[in-house]
Design a binder for this molecule. Structure first.
Ligand SMILES: [Zn+2]
Length: 392
């Protein structure tokens, strides 16, 4: 290779190696892999998968939980009656010729402090009004049982609603059961959108985590990281890292040694990314750090958005108490360890500002290096052609 080409290649390689870090996803994946095992509180976990599973049968037994239906009303009433330590609000919005109703509950610990941080546990409680994926074409217009899609998320939250008041937390926990997530040709997340739009900036600033659970009862449970991976908020990365750490401690990450000394099984894998638009997206859009724990491969060997999903096969026998317990224990352990909270003295606003400052500094450095490298190429080119010479 002639000297001129060697010189130019050298500069180009230098340039490419400098520009490569623009791919931030690689950096992010590496940081998630750095697992730190925290075993505090595991012995005390109370989440009862069998009890959660009873809730699935109860919900399906009520019939389709369509917006404005008696089944929906009965479900919300029983949720409130079973959890009297919470302050419940029925949040109604017009929907078709009826109302959709979100249930919003607040648990405030007994501490003499205002402006407490908030962690939100959320699930949609409506069941789908149609079964467009069912094999029986005569029944695609009928509502599905929604044991997993709707029922499983509510079941996990009903167990956590019972446990949260016993944890001695020093922050607020809110529960949000959204309505009208899964209605119509394209599920519209209408309840979540209405709830997000109604939040004040003060409320948004106090929310450290919005943790959505949906379709997490599949006996063959596989939870991956979901889209959007980032929306300019490193706070969603923080929450996925917490999920990875907690799941590792509980033995739910493949081949990672757990707190009990066993090798983890393959339930949670935050290195795999699935695109999912769900009730967490309207939250992200108003600036709330939100993630979605969801299994989009429902049933044995199911493909993405395949299996029993949106069919009449979404029945309680497909939902496993063990799977509900895996997800419930991740959420409960996170509450016990304070994993869902931002570090002290960090606010969402700080995070956004730091991010943009970093980005500005990074842009300036990249520009400087690129122009220097182009200058060096031109200079070398000139030297090799004899049109540029240094004074002796
Ligand atoms: Zn659905």
């Amino acid at each position: 290779m002639p000297a001129k080409s060697v010189a130019i290649s050298f500069v180009l390689v230098l340039l490419l190696s400098i520009l490569n870090p623009v791919n931030a996803d690689e950096i992010e994946t590496t940081s998630i892999d750095e697992n730190t095992l925290n075993c505090e509180g595991i012995e005390s976990l109370e989440f009862d998968g069998l009890r959660a599973n009873e809730s699935v049968s109860f919900q399906v037994g009520l019939g389709p939980r369509l917006p404005g239906s008696n089944a929906s009303k009965a479900l919300l009433e029983s949720f409130m009656e079973n959890n009297t330590a919470w302050n419940w609000t029925l949040d109604k919005h017009p929907y078709a010729d009826t109302n959709m109703t979100n249930l919003h509950g607040i648990y405030t610990p007994n501490v003499n402090q205002t402006d407490l941080p908030v962690v939100i546990l959320a699930a949609h409680y409506d069941s789908r009004d149609r079964a467009e994926r069912d094999d029986d074409e005569n029944r695609t217009g009928e509502p599905i049982p929604g044991a997993n899609d709707g029922g499983s998320g509510v079941a996990v939250l009903s167990e956590l609603a019972r446990i949260v008041p016993t944890l001695g937390l020093e922050h607020e926990v809110w529960i949000l059961l959204t309505d009208a997530e899964d209605q119509g040709v394209v599920p519209g997340m209408l309840g979540a959108k209405a709830w997000a739009q109604d939040r004040t900036q003060e409320e948004i600033d106090s929310i450290h985590a919005f943790l959505l659970v949906d379709m997490i009862g599949d006996a063959d449970l596989q939870i991956n990281r979901v889209y959007p991976p980032k929306v300019g908020l490193s706070q969603t990365d923080r929450l996925w890292e917490a999920v990875d750490d907690l799941a590792s401690s509980l033995g739910l990450v493949k081949d990672v040694p757990a707190c009990d000394g066993s090798l983890g099984i393959d339930i949670v894998n935050t290195d795999v990314l699935d695109g999912v638009i769900d009730d967490h997206v309207p939250m992200l859009e108003v600036g709330i750090p939100a993630i979605d724990l969801i299994d989009i491969r429902y049933g044995p060997n199911a493909t993405k958005w395949g299996g029993y999903w949106h069919t009449h096969e979404d029945t309680p026998d497909k939902v496993s108490a063990e799977s509900l317990a895996h997800v419930g224990r991740i959420l409960e352990l996170g509450l016990r360890q304070g994993s869902w909270l931002m570090e002290e003295n960090t606010t969402l606003q700080d995070d956004v500002e730091n991010k943009s400052e970093d980005a500005t500094q990074y842009d300036a450095v990249v520009l400087f290096v690129v122009f220097s490298a182009i200058g060096a190429v031109l200079l070398l080119f000139g030297i090799l052609h004899g049109s540029v010479r240094f004074k002796p």
